[in-house]
Design a protein around this ligand. Sequence first.
Ligand code: 5GP
Ligand code: MN
Length: 335
Amino acid sequence: MKSIQEIFPLLKQPKKVVITTHQKPDADAMGSSLALANFLKQFGHTVTVISPTNWAAFLNWMPGSNEVLDYEKTIEKSHKILREAEWLFCLDFNALHRTKRMTNILTEISCTKILIDHHIEPQVEAFDYGYSLTTKCSTCEMIYDVIVESGHDDMLNIPIAECLYAGAMTDTGSFRFLSANETVHLMVADLKRRGLNHSQIHENIYDNFLENRLRFIGHMLLNRMEIYYEYNTALIAISKNDLLRYEMKTGDTEGLVNYPLTIQGIKLAALVIDRDEERKWSFRSKGNFDCNTFARTYFEGGGHFNAAGGRSSESLDQTVAKFKKVMKENEKLLQ
Ligand code: 5GP
Ligand code: MN
């Protein structure tokens, strides 16, 4: 994987470009994709953003989101565009299997593949060029770096600034996680200087739900959260029934995993959702418990040190039972 800087001189030659990201894109995935799309379009590139799956409705304010293709709903059209692409950008994920049903076509096409991502252990052999740095708080901050370091910061307009702020804000828990280092604050200062209204972005993302989502969270915290004080661990398992009863949509469960960490002493919070095709895990930790290793070792996943995800093909009851077993095995690390 060669350095991303090697593509900077090529930016001015218009190409057919596809930008993609991980399944169920969050604000960092969608924000980085749309910011890069906006930037590249200004050079005359033909740019298509393809998401492997649908996304949360609270991202639909993002400039350009109405043009994003949902792969699962546009398979033929997406394949045609992907086969014709000269450049493929992969943002906010670092292993092709994280695009679910898109994995085969992404592996198959032989265009130039470019990675921009901040997760641990990238699949470097899958990419021609890359910018992979785990100390970056968000992929959005890395898109900012690309724009500035390529010498084109005059193209950093307000729509780009809004997308970049959204990803940096959500991936740092509104700038509270350790990952919110000096450089992201400098980026925000620069975006503010360019005229960004940051307060509006918080509203768009955090104050944009329906009543049923708040009732659902109440139900989860009251009736579903289990606390294991001897292991400093909390678990929330969400059944299909609960999702149906409260009419939960993609994105409605985002952030729920963080609530148990507000309890004194809790070091690991785990949440599992019974999705149609798999059981999807989220892990969050405080301090020195390594969620990335935990997710990789037991739940076919990965991510960051304090925030990771995973999956299981077992039933909800079975995967919850496995979690309780491995929690006990990790007793020492959880003290
Ligand atoms: P979340 O719990 O919000 O879905 O994910 C937390 C972090 O872990 C995110 O940075 C996400 O990209 C990453 N992540 C989530 N699921 C997986 C997975 O199955 N595999 C890997 N490698 N990373 C994941
Ligand atoms: Mn991210």
